[in-house]
Design a protein around this ligand. Sequence first.
Ligand code: GDP
Ligand code: IMO
Ligand code: MG
Length: 462
Amino acid sequence: MTVTIVGSQLGDEGKGRVVDLYSDEADVVVRYQGGDNAGHTVCHDGEEYKLSLVPSGAIRGKVGVLGNGCVINPRTLFDELEMLRDRGLDPDVRVAQRAHVIMPFHRVLDGIEEDVKSEDDQEVGTTGRGIGPTYEDKAGRRGVRIGDLLDPDVLRERLEYIAPQKRAVVEEVYGLDPDALEEYPDAFDVDALFEEFREYGRRIEREDMAVNAGAYLSDAREAGKRLMLEGAQGTIIDIDHGNYPFVTSSNPTAGGATVGTGLSPGVIGGGEVIGIVKAYLTRVGSGPLPTELGGVPGDTPGYDGDPENPRTESEELATEIREAGDEYGTVTGRPRRVGWLDMPMLRHAARASGFTGLAVNHVDTLAGLDELEVAKAYELDGERLETMPPTTERWADCEPVFRTFDGWKEQDWEAIAEDGYDALPAEARAYLEYVSDDLDIPIYAIGVGPSREDTIVCERPY
Ligand code: GDP
Ligand code: IMO
Ligand code: MG
């Protein structure tokens, strides 16, 4: 049986901690999309692990697989494996031969395009990891795949086609000198790329990491193994179901789990799909956010305030929640934008992925506020909307219709996690039950702190 973990909002909902929570009963944990743009945090026994590529189940010693839907920067992969070994773990990670490889020129192009867009305030605020350019080349049928790293002739052939083409784009489209790039001096040099990436290929072979992911996972399933599928990013930054163009270039929604692993839709849909919800919203990067509180300069459209020196009550609240939840990007360290929970967004996410259960995190972070708001609907041109409009421009025009909830006080969260759901303050239960009843989806787990122990477990999916 499979359990699929999907971000229901804008990423950073706490997917890593839920994968960690339930993966004790799993045998294999699979990432199905994205790359090292992800930053998944797992806290256990006073240790904090931040993983961008290695599946979070590695902390529990589970086999990790990077599925064909992922884009893999081998530098990051091997650095992360090294970091985990230095910390006393023994990660067993397999990579799909069909997964695409992030090349240094992809990172360069990610940076250049963001710079150019920023001249007209159109930048996405990407993580700069080369994600978009790599998926572009995948769709353009000119990408390099993990399997190609294992075959020197194929690798050279691919590089000889793609590297000069990218060089020409930098020179002729952007008018820049590809050889004057300080961070990546050899990014467009076929020989240098061949040497470096062929060595990664040898290492993948030596460490027996390459797999035919679909077959490997199907065989594991048929042998009775339990699979967990770990989504990265979230529904509203899904390239199809998110707020395009302020999105990542893959499908974090549950459909991505089938395409990105080679497991059939029936297998994924026949299992559990758990939507991970943050009890409020955060967003890293640009794009609208109708329930936003305050703002982050450079990311919030039109915002020129200073989160360190809040001027209004809304800015104060944003700063308070950001500090309480330690809302700074795992990958880039950027302050995250903060907003109230948005039900039209969650309805959209639940429909797109077919959630069978929810895990709601950061209930502790909201403690101490007198009142909380939740957007129960939007108003647009005098009409009431229950879900998100399909264009980003219309979404930006939506005015949230709020419902006010009583806040809850600070608690001994550890004791509550131990005692279970009924120990939660009544106000927090009312908030959670509203979300669950509205979506008609049961709550499986509630996060009341960052650690594995700070979780109220209502349901075990396996
Ligand atoms: P992911 O990308 O979805 O895995 O989430 P991140 O790891 O990027 O961001 C979640 C952050 O919130 C991490 O720092 C977690 O340790 C922390 N976190 C997760 N759940 C909770 C919770 O219930 N309470 C608190 N206080 N922190 C949490
Ligand atoms: P996890 O898995 C939050 C955002 C970036 C940017 C947009 C596109 O930790 O939840 P990209 O580099 O992917 O081309 O950037 O998507 N973004 C994330 N935001 N959490 C993530 O991952 C993200 N991965 C990408 O900030 O707005
Ligand atoms: Mg994250």
